[in-house]
Unconditional design. Structure first.
Length: 447
Protein backbone atom coordinates (compact mmCIF):
# COMPACT_ATOMS: atom_id res chain seq x y z
CA UNK A 1 0.00 0.00 0.00
CA UNK A 2 1.38 3.40 -1.05
CA UNK A 3 2.21 5.67 1.89
CA UNK A 4 0.04 8.78 2.18
CA UNK A 5 1.23 12.28 3.00
CA UNK A 6 -0.51 14.21 5.72
CA UNK A 7 -1.93 17.55 4.53
CA UNK A 8 0.92 19.55 6.02
CA UNK A 9 3.39 16.85 4.97
CA UNK A 10 2.33 17.15 1.33
CA UNK A 11 2.52 20.95 1.35
CA UNK A 12 5.96 20.99 2.97
CA UNK A 13 7.28 18.12 0.84
CA UNK A 14 6.23 19.75 -2.45
CA UNK A 15 7.31 23.18 -1.18
CA UNK A 16 10.62 21.59 -0.18
CA UNK A 17 10.97 20.11 -3.65
CA UNK A 18 10.21 23.47 -5.23
CA UNK A 19 12.25 25.57 -2.81
CA UNK A 20 15.90 24.73 -3.15
CA UNK A 21 19.18 25.88 -4.61
CA UNK A 22 17.20 27.08 -7.61
CA UNK A 23 15.87 29.82 -5.34
CA UNK A 24 18.88 30.18 -3.08
CA UNK A 25 21.75 29.91 -5.57
CA UNK A 26 20.43 30.03 -9.13
CA UNK A 27 17.94 32.89 -8.73
CA UNK A 28 20.52 35.42 -7.42
CA UNK A 29 23.08 34.18 -9.96
CA UNK A 30 20.78 34.47 -12.97
CA UNK A 31 19.38 37.76 -11.70
CA UNK A 32 22.93 39.10 -11.64
CA UNK A 33 23.76 37.72 -15.07
CA UNK A 34 20.59 39.14 -16.64
CA UNK A 35 20.40 42.62 -15.18
CA UNK A 36 18.10 42.31 -12.20
CA UNK A 37 14.60 43.68 -12.77
CA UNK A 38 13.89 42.30 -16.26
CA UNK A 39 14.85 38.77 -15.26
CA UNK A 40 12.84 38.97 -12.01
CA UNK A 41 9.79 40.22 -13.92
CA UNK A 42 10.01 37.43 -16.49
CA UNK A 43 10.55 34.83 -13.78
CA UNK A 44 7.46 36.02 -11.88
CA UNK A 45 5.33 36.08 -15.05
CA UNK A 46 6.39 32.59 -16.11
CA UNK A 47 5.99 31.14 -12.61
CA UNK A 48 2.54 32.60 -11.94
CA UNK A 49 1.12 31.77 -15.39
CA UNK A 50 2.78 28.92 -17.27
CA UNK A 51 4.43 27.39 -14.21
CA UNK A 52 1.35 27.40 -12.01
CA UNK A 53 -0.96 26.04 -14.73
CA UNK A 54 1.37 23.11 -15.49
CA UNK A 55 1.93 22.57 -11.77
CA UNK A 56 -1.83 21.92 -11.44
CA UNK A 57 -1.75 19.66 -14.51
CA UNK A 58 0.91 17.46 -12.94
CA UNK A 59 -1.00 17.32 -9.66
CA UNK A 60 -4.05 16.16 -11.64
CA UNK A 61 -1.96 13.40 -13.24
CA UNK A 62 -0.79 12.19 -9.84
CA UNK A 63 -4.24 12.39 -8.23
CA UNK A 64 -5.89 10.42 -11.05
CA UNK A 65 -3.20 7.81 -11.67
CA UNK A 66 -1.89 7.26 -8.13
CA UNK A 67 1.28 6.20 -9.88
CA UNK A 68 4.66 7.26 -11.22
CA UNK A 69 5.14 9.55 -14.23
CA UNK A 70 5.48 6.85 -16.92
CA UNK A 71 2.44 4.92 -15.69
CA UNK A 72 0.47 8.14 -15.27
CA UNK A 73 0.95 8.82 -18.98
CA UNK A 74 0.07 5.28 -20.08
CA UNK A 75 -2.93 4.68 -17.79
CA UNK A 76 -4.60 8.08 -18.22
CA UNK A 77 -4.18 8.43 -21.99
CA UNK A 78 -7.40 8.18 -23.99
CA UNK A 79 -5.31 7.04 -26.97
CA UNK A 80 -1.67 6.33 -27.86
CA UNK A 81 -1.05 5.05 -24.35
CA UNK A 82 2.02 3.02 -25.39
CA UNK A 83 3.58 6.03 -27.05
CA UNK A 84 2.78 8.38 -24.17
CA UNK A 85 4.50 6.01 -21.76
CA UNK A 86 7.83 7.03 -23.30
CA UNK A 87 7.28 10.55 -21.92
CA UNK A 88 8.35 9.03 -18.62
CA UNK A 89 11.90 9.52 -19.91
CA UNK A 90 11.70 13.09 -18.63
CA UNK A 91 12.27 11.64 -15.15
CA UNK A 92 15.91 11.53 -16.23
CA UNK A 93 15.87 15.33 -16.12
CA UNK A 94 15.67 15.08 -12.35
CA UNK A 95 18.63 12.69 -12.27
CA UNK A 96 20.71 15.03 -14.43
CA UNK A 97 19.81 17.99 -12.22
CA UNK A 98 20.57 16.01 -9.06
CA UNK A 99 24.01 15.06 -10.37
CA UNK A 100 25.30 18.64 -10.60
CA UNK A 101 23.02 19.79 -7.76
CA UNK A 102 24.87 17.56 -5.31
CA UNK A 103 28.15 19.07 -6.50
CA UNK A 104 26.83 22.52 -5.54
CA UNK A 105 25.63 21.14 -2.21
CA UNK A 106 29.17 19.88 -1.71
CA UNK A 107 30.44 23.43 -2.22
CA UNK A 108 27.87 24.63 0.32
CA UNK A 109 29.05 22.09 2.90
CA UNK A 110 32.69 23.02 2.25
CA UNK A 111 31.97 26.71 2.82
CA UNK A 112 29.80 26.00 5.83
CA UNK A 113 32.59 23.98 7.45
CA UNK A 114 35.27 26.63 6.87
CA UNK A 115 33.28 29.84 7.42
CA UNK A 116 33.34 29.60 11.22
CA UNK A 117 37.11 30.05 11.36
CA UNK A 118 38.06 31.64 8.03
CA UNK A 119 36.64 34.35 5.74
CA UNK A 120 38.44 35.91 2.76
CA UNK A 121 39.45 39.55 3.15
CA UNK A 122 38.39 40.79 -0.28
CA UNK A 123 36.68 39.85 -3.53
CA UNK A 124 39.95 38.83 -5.18
CA UNK A 125 40.81 36.41 -2.37
CA UNK A 126 37.28 35.00 -2.38
CA UNK A 127 37.38 34.51 -6.16
CA UNK A 128 40.78 32.82 -5.88
CA UNK A 129 39.46 30.47 -3.16
CA UNK A 130 36.42 29.48 -5.21
CA UNK A 131 38.52 29.02 -8.34
CA UNK A 132 40.96 26.84 -6.36
CA UNK A 133 38.12 24.68 -5.01
CA UNK A 134 36.66 24.08 -8.46
CA UNK A 135 39.87 23.69 -10.46
CA UNK A 136 42.47 22.28 -8.07
CA UNK A 137 41.05 21.02 -4.77
CA UNK A 138 39.82 17.67 -6.07
CA UNK A 139 39.83 15.95 -2.69
CA UNK A 140 37.51 18.53 -1.04
CA UNK A 141 35.16 18.52 -4.03
CA UNK A 142 34.88 14.73 -3.97
CA UNK A 143 34.56 14.41 -0.19
CA UNK A 144 31.84 17.03 0.25
CA UNK A 145 29.97 15.87 -2.87
CA UNK A 146 30.03 12.34 -1.42
CA UNK A 147 28.65 13.55 1.92
CA UNK A 148 25.78 15.32 0.16
CA UNK A 149 25.16 12.22 -1.95
CA UNK A 150 25.04 9.90 1.08
CA UNK A 151 22.76 12.21 3.09
CA UNK A 152 20.29 12.51 0.19
CA UNK A 153 20.10 8.75 -0.36
CA UNK A 154 19.80 8.17 3.41
CA UNK A 155 16.69 10.37 3.59
CA UNK A 156 15.02 8.81 0.52
CA UNK A 157 15.80 5.29 1.77
CA UNK A 158 13.45 5.85 4.70
CA UNK A 159 10.45 6.35 2.42
CA UNK A 160 7.84 9.08 2.05
CA UNK A 161 6.69 9.48 5.64
CA UNK A 162 9.72 8.59 7.78
CA UNK A 163 12.14 10.13 5.31
CA UNK A 164 10.85 12.84 2.99
CA UNK A 165 7.87 14.14 5.01
CA UNK A 166 9.74 14.10 8.32
CA UNK A 167 12.72 15.91 6.77
CA UNK A 168 10.55 18.67 5.32
CA UNK A 169 8.45 19.15 8.46
CA UNK A 170 11.67 19.90 10.35
CA UNK A 171 13.73 21.71 7.74
CA UNK A 172 11.24 23.86 5.80
CA UNK A 173 10.05 25.91 8.82
CA UNK A 174 13.68 26.14 9.97
CA UNK A 175 14.77 27.43 6.57
CA UNK A 176 12.00 30.01 6.51
CA UNK A 177 12.91 31.27 9.99
CA UNK A 178 16.58 31.46 9.01
CA UNK A 179 15.80 33.57 5.95
CA UNK A 180 13.41 35.84 7.87
CA UNK A 181 16.13 36.39 10.47
CA UNK A 182 18.70 37.21 7.78
CA UNK A 183 16.31 39.56 5.98
CA UNK A 184 15.57 41.37 9.25
CA UNK A 185 19.29 41.68 9.80
CA UNK A 186 19.67 43.11 6.29
CA UNK A 187 17.19 45.82 7.23
CA UNK A 188 19.90 47.29 9.44
CA UNK A 189 21.78 48.11 6.23
CA UNK A 190 19.42 50.72 4.85
CA UNK A 191 21.68 51.74 1.98
CA UNK A 192 22.37 48.17 0.81
CA UNK A 193 18.77 47.03 1.19
CA UNK A 194 17.34 50.02 -0.70
CA UNK A 195 19.81 49.50 -3.55
CA UNK A 196 19.02 45.77 -3.66
CA UNK A 197 15.30 46.51 -3.75
CA UNK A 198 15.84 49.09 -6.50
CA UNK A 199 18.00 46.64 -8.51
CA UNK A 200 15.48 43.81 -8.34
CA UNK A 201 12.15 45.66 -8.53
CA UNK A 202 12.59 49.09 -10.11
CA UNK A 203 11.51 49.05 -13.80
CA UNK A 204 14.69 49.17 -15.85
CA UNK A 205 14.84 47.55 -19.29
CA UNK A 206 18.32 48.76 -20.20
CA UNK A 207 19.81 45.34 -19.43
CA UNK A 208 17.18 43.37 -21.36
CA UNK A 209 18.42 40.67 -23.71
CA UNK A 210 16.38 37.98 -25.42
CA UNK A 211 18.48 35.12 -24.02
CA UNK A 212 17.24 35.86 -20.50
CA UNK A 213 13.70 34.86 -21.55
CA UNK A 214 14.65 31.18 -21.79
CA UNK A 215 16.75 31.46 -18.64
CA UNK A 216 13.71 32.80 -16.75
CA UNK A 217 11.45 30.11 -18.20
CA UNK A 218 13.97 27.40 -17.32
CA UNK A 219 14.26 28.72 -13.77
CA UNK A 220 10.46 28.77 -13.38
CA UNK A 221 10.36 25.08 -14.37
CA UNK A 222 13.45 24.36 -12.25
CA UNK A 223 12.17 25.98 -9.05
CA UNK A 224 8.71 24.36 -9.37
CA UNK A 225 10.20 20.92 -10.17
CA UNK A 226 8.13 20.72 -13.36
CA UNK A 227 8.57 18.10 -16.04
CA UNK A 228 10.56 15.53 -14.03
CA UNK A 229 7.74 13.65 -12.29
CA UNK A 230 8.25 15.07 -8.79
CA UNK A 231 4.84 16.72 -8.55
CA UNK A 232 3.12 13.69 -10.10
CA UNK A 233 4.85 11.32 -7.67
CA UNK A 234 4.11 13.40 -4.56
CA UNK A 235 0.47 14.08 -5.50
CA UNK A 236 -0.03 10.34 -6.05
CA UNK A 237 0.43 10.04 -2.29
CA UNK A 238 -2.02 12.84 -1.49
CA UNK A 239 -5.19 12.26 0.49
CA UNK A 240 -8.38 12.86 -1.56
CA UNK A 241 -9.77 15.33 0.98
CA UNK A 242 -6.84 17.72 0.66
CA UNK A 243 -7.66 20.98 -1.13
CA UNK A 244 -4.77 20.80 -3.57
CA UNK A 245 -5.70 24.11 -5.22
CA UNK A 246 -5.09 26.07 -2.00
CA UNK A 247 -2.02 23.95 -1.31
CA UNK A 248 -0.67 24.69 -4.80
CA UNK A 249 -1.23 28.44 -4.46
CA UNK A 250 0.56 28.37 -1.11
CA UNK A 251 3.47 26.34 -2.52
CA UNK A 252 3.96 28.60 -5.55
CA UNK A 253 3.89 31.79 -3.47
CA UNK A 254 6.27 30.34 -0.87
CA UNK A 255 8.56 29.39 -3.74
CA UNK A 256 8.51 32.93 -5.14
CA UNK A 257 8.75 34.57 -1.73
CA UNK A 258 11.86 32.62 -0.74
CA UNK A 259 13.54 33.35 -4.09
CA UNK A 260 12.91 37.08 -3.63
CA UNK A 261 14.11 36.94 -0.02
CA UNK A 262 17.32 35.26 -1.14
CA UNK A 263 17.78 37.86 -3.86
CA UNK A 264 17.34 40.71 -1.40
CA UNK A 265 19.71 39.12 1.12
CA UNK A 266 22.47 38.46 -1.44
CA UNK A 267 22.29 41.84 -3.17
CA UNK A 268 21.95 43.77 0.11
CA UNK A 269 25.36 42.51 1.16
CA UNK A 270 26.82 43.13 -2.30
CA UNK A 271 25.63 46.73 -2.39
CA UNK A 272 26.34 47.48 1.27
CA UNK A 273 29.95 46.32 1.40
CA UNK A 274 31.07 45.37 -2.08
CA UNK A 275 32.53 47.17 -4.99
CA UNK A 276 31.54 44.32 -7.30
CA UNK A 277 29.30 45.01 -10.27
CA UNK A 278 26.08 43.10 -9.50
CA UNK A 279 25.71 42.27 -13.20
CA UNK A 280 28.90 40.21 -13.18
CA UNK A 281 28.56 36.87 -14.99
CA UNK A 282 29.74 34.22 -12.56
CA UNK A 283 28.17 31.08 -11.17
CA UNK A 284 29.87 31.69 -7.87
CA UNK A 285 28.24 35.00 -6.93
CA UNK A 286 27.03 33.49 -3.66
CA UNK A 287 30.38 31.84 -2.96
CA UNK A 288 32.54 34.78 -4.01
CA UNK A 289 30.70 38.01 -3.32
CA UNK A 290 29.10 37.10 0.00
CA UNK A 291 32.13 35.35 1.48
CA UNK A 292 34.30 38.45 1.25
CA UNK A 293 31.49 40.70 2.42
CA UNK A 294 30.79 38.65 5.54
CA UNK A 295 34.36 39.45 6.57
CA UNK A 296 33.33 43.10 6.95
CA UNK A 297 31.24 42.09 9.97
CA UNK A 298 34.10 40.71 12.05
CA UNK A 299 33.44 37.67 14.25
CA UNK A 300 29.70 38.15 13.74
CA UNK A 301 30.34 37.61 10.01
CA UNK A 302 31.71 34.12 10.66
CA UNK A 303 28.54 33.12 12.45
CA UNK A 304 26.33 34.73 9.81
CA UNK A 305 28.25 33.00 6.99
CA UNK A 306 27.84 29.62 8.69
CA UNK A 307 24.15 30.33 9.24
CA UNK A 308 23.68 31.39 5.61
CA UNK A 309 25.31 28.28 4.15
CA UNK A 310 23.41 26.08 6.59
CA UNK A 311 20.21 27.63 5.21
CA UNK A 312 21.45 26.94 1.67
CA UNK A 313 22.10 23.31 2.56
CA UNK A 314 18.65 22.98 4.11
CA UNK A 315 17.14 24.35 0.90
CA UNK A 316 19.25 22.01 -1.19
CA UNK A 317 18.56 18.74 0.63
CA UNK A 318 14.77 19.15 0.42
CA UNK A 319 14.96 19.55 -3.36
CA UNK A 320 17.55 16.82 -3.80
CA UNK A 321 15.32 14.14 -2.30
CA UNK A 322 12.43 15.21 -4.56
CA UNK A 323 14.54 14.76 -7.70
CA UNK A 324 15.40 11.15 -7.03
CA UNK A 325 12.05 9.95 -5.62
CA UNK A 326 10.15 9.84 -8.99
CA UNK A 327 12.57 7.34 -10.56
CA UNK A 328 12.76 5.35 -7.31
CA UNK A 329 8.95 5.10 -7.29
CA UNK A 330 9.00 4.05 -10.96
CA UNK A 331 11.49 1.21 -10.39
CA UNK A 332 9.57 0.00 -7.34
CA UNK A 333 6.27 0.06 -9.26
CA UNK A 334 7.40 -1.48 -12.54
CA UNK A 335 10.31 -3.74 -11.72
CA UNK A 336 9.46 -4.65 -8.13
CA UNK A 337 12.76 -3.29 -6.89
CA UNK A 338 13.16 -2.82 -3.18
CA UNK A 339 13.69 0.82 -2.23
CA UNK A 340 17.28 0.02 -1.34
CA UNK A 341 17.96 -1.69 -4.68
CA UNK A 342 16.35 1.19 -6.61
CA UNK A 343 18.47 3.73 -4.74
CA UNK A 344 21.63 1.71 -5.34
CA UNK A 345 20.90 1.50 -9.07
CA UNK A 346 20.07 5.20 -9.45
CA UNK A 347 22.73 6.31 -7.01
CA UNK A 348 25.43 4.65 -9.11
CA UNK A 349 24.56 6.79 -12.14
CA UNK A 350 24.12 9.96 -10.09
CA UNK A 351 27.50 9.48 -8.46
CA UNK A 352 29.20 8.84 -11.81
CA UNK A 353 27.62 11.91 -13.42
CA UNK A 354 28.51 14.01 -10.39
CA UNK A 355 32.12 12.88 -10.57
CA UNK A 356 32.20 13.78 -14.27
CA UNK A 357 31.01 17.28 -13.31
CA UNK A 358 33.82 17.59 -10.77
CA UNK A 359 36.53 16.15 -13.03
CA UNK A 360 35.56 18.22 -16.08
CA UNK A 361 35.94 21.39 -13.99
CA UNK A 362 39.27 20.34 -12.52
CA UNK A 363 42.30 21.84 -14.30
CA UNK A 364 44.16 18.51 -14.32
CA UNK A 365 41.32 16.51 -15.89
CA UNK A 366 39.19 19.04 -17.80
CA UNK A 367 40.72 18.18 -21.18
CA UNK A 368 39.65 14.54 -20.77
CA UNK A 369 36.11 15.16 -19.54
CA UNK A 370 34.95 18.26 -21.42
CA UNK A 371 32.79 18.13 -24.53
CA UNK A 372 33.25 20.72 -27.30
CA UNK A 373 34.99 22.96 -24.78
CA UNK A 374 32.15 22.83 -22.25
CA UNK A 375 32.55 21.27 -18.82
CA UNK A 376 30.13 18.51 -17.86
CA UNK A 377 28.57 20.67 -15.13
CA UNK A 378 27.49 23.34 -17.63
CA UNK A 379 26.25 20.74 -20.12
CA UNK A 380 24.02 19.02 -17.54
CA UNK A 381 22.76 22.38 -16.24
CA UNK A 382 21.79 23.72 -19.68
CA UNK A 383 20.51 20.35 -20.94
CA UNK A 384 18.18 19.93 -17.99
CA UNK A 385 17.13 23.52 -17.19
CA UNK A 386 16.78 24.83 -20.74
CA UNK A 387 15.80 21.65 -22.57
CA UNK A 388 14.54 18.61 -20.63
CA UNK A 389 12.51 20.46 -17.97
CA UNK A 390 10.69 22.75 -20.44
CA UNK A 391 10.05 19.78 -22.77
CA UNK A 392 8.72 17.75 -19.85
CA UNK A 393 6.46 20.65 -18.93
CA UNK A 394 5.19 20.83 -22.54
CA UNK A 395 4.44 17.10 -22.49
CA UNK A 396 2.47 17.38 -19.22
CA UNK A 397 0.52 20.35 -20.51
CA UNK A 398 -0.44 18.84 -23.88
CA UNK A 399 -1.20 15.47 -22.33
CA UNK A 400 -3.60 16.79 -19.68
CA UNK A 401 -5.11 19.27 -22.12
CA UNK A 402 -5.85 16.87 -24.99
CA UNK A 403 -5.28 13.23 -24.02
CA UNK A 404 -6.92 12.85 -20.59
CA UNK A 405 -10.68 12.65 -20.01
CA UNK A 406 -11.83 16.18 -19.18
CA UNK A 407 -14.72 14.68 -17.21
CA UNK A 408 -12.29 12.83 -14.94
CA UNK A 409 -10.14 15.91 -14.48
CA UNK A 410 -13.10 18.14 -13.68
CA UNK A 411 -14.33 15.59 -11.13
CA UNK A 412 -11.03 16.04 -9.29
CA UNK A 413 -11.07 19.84 -9.60
CA UNK A 414 -14.80 20.50 -9.10
CA UNK A 415 -14.61 20.28 -5.31
CA UNK A 416 -12.11 23.12 -5.19
CA UNK A 417 -12.60 25.16 -8.40
CA UNK A 418 -15.56 26.71 -10.24
CA UNK A 419 -16.46 25.60 -13.76
CA UNK A 420 -15.40 28.97 -15.22
CA UNK A 421 -11.96 28.81 -13.64
CA UNK A 422 -11.60 25.19 -14.74
CA UNK A 423 -12.45 26.13 -18.35
CA UNK A 424 -9.95 28.98 -18.25
CA UNK A 425 -7.26 26.67 -16.85
CA UNK A 426 -7.90 24.03 -19.53
CA UNK A 427 -7.63 26.69 -22.24
CA UNK A 428 -4.35 27.87 -20.71
CA UNK A 429 -2.67 24.47 -20.60
CA UNK A 430 -3.93 23.61 -24.10
CA UNK A 431 -3.05 26.72 -26.02
CA UNK A 432 -1.03 29.17 -23.93
CA UNK A 433 1.53 27.27 -21.85
CA UNK A 434 2.86 24.80 -24.46
CA UNK A 435 2.81 27.35 -27.29
CA UNK A 436 4.66 29.94 -25.18
CA UNK A 437 7.35 27.44 -24.15
CA UNK A 438 7.78 26.20 -27.75
CA UNK A 439 8.13 29.75 -29.10
CA UNK A 440 10.72 30.68 -26.47
CA UNK A 441 12.73 27.49 -27.07
CA UNK A 442 12.58 27.82 -30.87
CA UNK A 443 13.77 31.40 -30.72
CA UNK A 444 16.60 30.49 -28.37
CA UNK A 445 17.86 27.55 -30.41
CA UNK A 446 17.13 28.54 -34.01
CA UNK A 447 17.16 32.35 -34.26
Amino acid sequence: MREKFSKIGFVLAVAGGAVGLGNAWKFPTLSAENGGFVFVLLYLLFTLSIGFSIFLAEIAMGRLSKSDLANAYSTLALKYSKQWRFAGIFMLGGIFVLSFYLVIMGWVLKYMSTSLFYLPHNIQEAASNFDHLIKYDLSSSVVFFSISFILTLAVVSRGLIKGIEKLNIIIMPSLFLMLVFMLLYCMSFENGLSKAFFYLFYPDFSNFNLSCILEALGLACFTLCLGIGCIVTYSAALDKKTNFIKSSVFIVFVNIFIALMMGLIVFTFIFEFGELDPNVKQAGIVFISLMSLFNELGIWGNFLAFYFFLALFFAGITSAVSMIEPLVFYLINNYKFSRFKALFFIGFFVFCLGMLCILSSNANFSSFFSIFGFDFFTILDKLSSNFLLPLGAIASSIFVGFFVSQTRIYKVFSKFMSRKLFTLWIFFIRFISPVAIIIVMCYYFFV
